[in-house]
Write a protein that binds this ligand. Structure first.
Ligand SMILES: Cc1ncc(COP(=O)(O)O)c(C=O)c1O
Length: 358
């Protein structure tokens, strides 16, 4: 074999790994534990029978974009859907990042922001969150001095759960607009928190808000996400995505899901209630936890528990409970992240956790 060498900058990168282990209780990837309404699956089955499968899908995904736009009360020229919000992020970086460009992230945050930046040849500037995982103005200033083309915010942030305050985000957008930087706000968990940066989008503003059907819509299996942004940004990104990138099934599934908004809200209400219950129970155990505005909680065994994060993760796994092991990640030493599951799953997690820790 005489293959060309892969790009030098890629050879330094590790792929993205979230173990898919066969366990009884999976609380590691922030999926919804509750499936979408069965009627939605039935409607989808019916609609799929009508598709001309020998034809390419609607290249502009017009109906889906109109439906998403209606949901957010914006014009459909301000929406672009893709295969999961990861693909949306990749498309944004292919458009506004790339070789010779820079993207900034505030760590700890969603690993894919810097990973996709690196994949697209974009240099990554790292700003450090403070001890409570909020972002200080002085850190933003230091990052902006390095001239990023793109600045990532993630709210609620994965894996910390921290929701950025509206005034903070407004001030970052204002400064980025004057400097010519695009702010990408990743709201994969946005519906679990009490405000959305979509409300800040105006024509001409330097902001793109990414969303996904994977979490609040309970549709991780379909791989569908989108960006809401001023139409000029959408037009530019549209030139980058591959032709017919969004298949007919996804377009239909997304539009159908949007007919079940009330069901989506009741699933969110339930998960928020469970999150708060879980936080109360965790506060009785020897763990430190961080307040979350998402469908997961970051926590770490305290000294009193006399067990490392890694050993706790293993002990839970032995009991067939999988949570996310962040214990060896930079800035998250000893931390684990648990996704909010069903009441039964959460009870089981809490019982086993208590049995291990106390
Ligand atoms: C913050 C954040 N953004 C984006 C994604 C990717 O979502 P999708 O399934 O839409 O690609 C995730 C998935 O875990 C996430 O946590």
């Amino acid at each position: 074999m005489n293959l060309p060498k892969i790009r030098d900058d890629l050879s330094l990168l590790d792929g993205y790994h979230s173990p898919q282990v066969d366990v009884e209780i999976r609380l590691n990837t922030n999926e919804s534990p509750i499936p979408p309404p069965i009627k939605l699956a039935e409607d989808l089955g019916q609609e799929l029978l009508k598709v001309n499968w020998n034809r390419y899908p609607d290249r502009m995904a017009s109906q889906l974009h109109r439906d998403i736009a209606k949901f957010h009360n914006v014009d459909s020229s301000m929406v672009l859907a893709a295969n999961g919000s990861n693909e949306v992020l990749q498309s944004l970086l292919l458009t506004y990042g790339g070789f010779g460009r820079k993207a900034s992230v505030f760590e700890p945050t969603y690993a894919l922001h810097s990973h996709i930046s690196a994949l697209t040849g974009t240099e990554v500037i790292i700003g450090e969150c403070s001890k409570d995982f909020t972002i200080e103005e002085s850190t933003v200033n230091a990052v902006l001095q390095q001239g990023p083309d793109v600045l990532f915010l993630c709210s609620p942030n994965n894996p910390t759960g921290v929701v950025a305050e509206r005034e903070f985000v407004e001030s970052v957008i204002e400064r980025c607009s004057s400097l010519g930087t695009l702010v990408i706000i990743d709201e994969a968990y946005g519906e679990f928190s009490d405000w959305s940066a979509v409300d800040l989008i105006r024509e001409g503003s330097h902001i793109a808000v990414t969303k996904t059907f994977s979490k609040t819509w309970s549709m991780a299996g379909i791989r569908l996400g989108y960006v809401v942004a001023p139409s000029e940004i959408i037009e530019n990104v549209r030139n980058v995505v591959l032709p017919y990138h969004l298949d007919s099934m996804k377009q239909i599934a997304g539009s159908l899901a949007l007919q079940y908004i009330d069901d989506m809200h009741s699933r969110i209400d339930l998960l928020i209630e469970e999150r708060e219950r879980m936080a109360r129970k965790l506060s009785d155990l020897p763990v430190r936890q961080w307040p979350s505005g998402a469908n997961f909680i970051l926590f770490r065994p305290s000294d009193e528990a006399k067990i490392s994060g890694e050993s706790l993760w293993e002990a839970l796994l032995e009991r067939s409970i999988l949570v996310r092991n962040c214990s060896s990640w930079p800035r998250l030493e000893g931390c684990l992240r648990v996704t909010i599951g069903t009441t039964e799953e959460n009870n089981s997690f809490l019982e086993h956790l208590e049995a291990i820790l106390v």
